[in-house]
Design a protein around this ligand. Structure first.
Ligand code: SAM
Length: 280
């Protein structure tokens, strides 16, 4: 039984970290003409009105996209470009009223030759996703995203880009994600795979990272955005982690410049770090 609903968290610091990284990756992929199949294994609703009762309950966007939106100018090119696209998601470009989820960000970059498959397993969330206006090349599937990804590989397009963003309601998901990725890379060796994970005091994400390394996956770039130091947090998420397997060249520098602007806006304890978890 799935209980997680992303609307309670939309636009929080983890979403900023995740969607900025996703945007940066897709921006690189757009530089070549050859077609891309995009897969979002855990899609959610796709677009979140920040005035909705779920978003208003915790107002996590106030510690995420809100302070960033208030900044009139961004000097990091990636951040400036990302905010322009975010602006285009608003009914009134001057006011932040909606926060777009990963299906929106991915649908937004689709060209005629590209495809997008969006998996969502929660019936209510899938229904909401179905109601979104997305590219005609976006296919929405009611089903398990990890199984769905495995079943659809290899793809017909020369390139593949996957976002894996589970809610990790079950601890075994860390392991399931790792096994799915190992299998996917056996079928599509150069696929670009992004994996989001929470940084929790219990450190569950080590199961994911350690399994990928132990199973011989190469070229894993890791980036983490911490709101607080681990020692300061007893419960709940203190940071957001992203792995990018087979990252485009130059991604690390672009994100570092953008994050240098973002972290001071998230509070004095906030910091960003990135490194290779496994090199080539
Ligand atoms: N990727 C979204 C975004 O960035 O906007 C947020 C996704 S949210 C963290 C996780 C979503 O995965 C939830 O909507 C949940 O219902 C869905 N979900 C949970 N288990 C799933 C599974 N096995 N397959 C597909 N979707 C699943």
């Amino acid at each position: 039984m799935l209980s997680y609903q992303h609307a309670y968290h939309a636009g929080n610091f983890a979403d900023v970290h995740k969607h900025l990284t996703l945007y940066a990756v897709t921006d690189y992929l757009l530089r070549k003409e050859s077609a891309v199949t995009y897969v979002d294994t855990h899609a959610g609703r796709g677009l979140y009105p920040l005035s909705g009762q779920e978003s208003q309950r915790l107002q996590e966007y106030r510690e995420g996209i809100w302070p960033l939106w208030q900044q009139p100018k961004s000097s990091a090119p990636l951040l400036g470009a990302w905010k322009e696209v975010l602006r285009s998601a608003q009914p009134d470009a001057a006011t932040l009223t909606h926060y777009p989820g990963s299906p929106w960000w991915m649908s937004n970059v689709l060209r005629e030759q590209d495809k997008l498959r969006l998996f969502e397993l929660h019936p209510g969330e899938h229904k909401e996703l179905n109601a979104q206006v997305l590219s005609p090349n976006a296919q929405r599937v009611f089903g398990d995203g990890l199984v769905g990804l495995t079943d659809m590989l290899p793809v017909r397009t020369p390139r593949l880009c996957v976002l894996i963003d589970p809610s990790y309601e079950r601890k075994v998901e860390y392991q399931e994600v790792a096994e799915t990725v190992v299998h996917a890379l056996e079928k599509v060796r150069h696929g670009v795979i992004l994996i989001w994970y929470p940084l929790l005091p219990a450190g569950h994400h080590h199961a994911l990272l350690d399994t990928l390394k132990a199973r011989g996956v190469r070229k894993i770039w890791r980036s983490e955005l911490l709101l607080r130091a681990p020692a300061e947090q007893v419960h709940g998420m203190y940071g957001s982690g992203m792995l990018v397997i087979n990252p485009p060249w130059g991604l690390d520098q672009q994100l570092a410049a953008a994050m240098a602007e973002i972290t001071p806006l998230l509070g004095s304890s906030s910091r960003y770090k990135a490194d290779w978890w496994v090199q080539e």
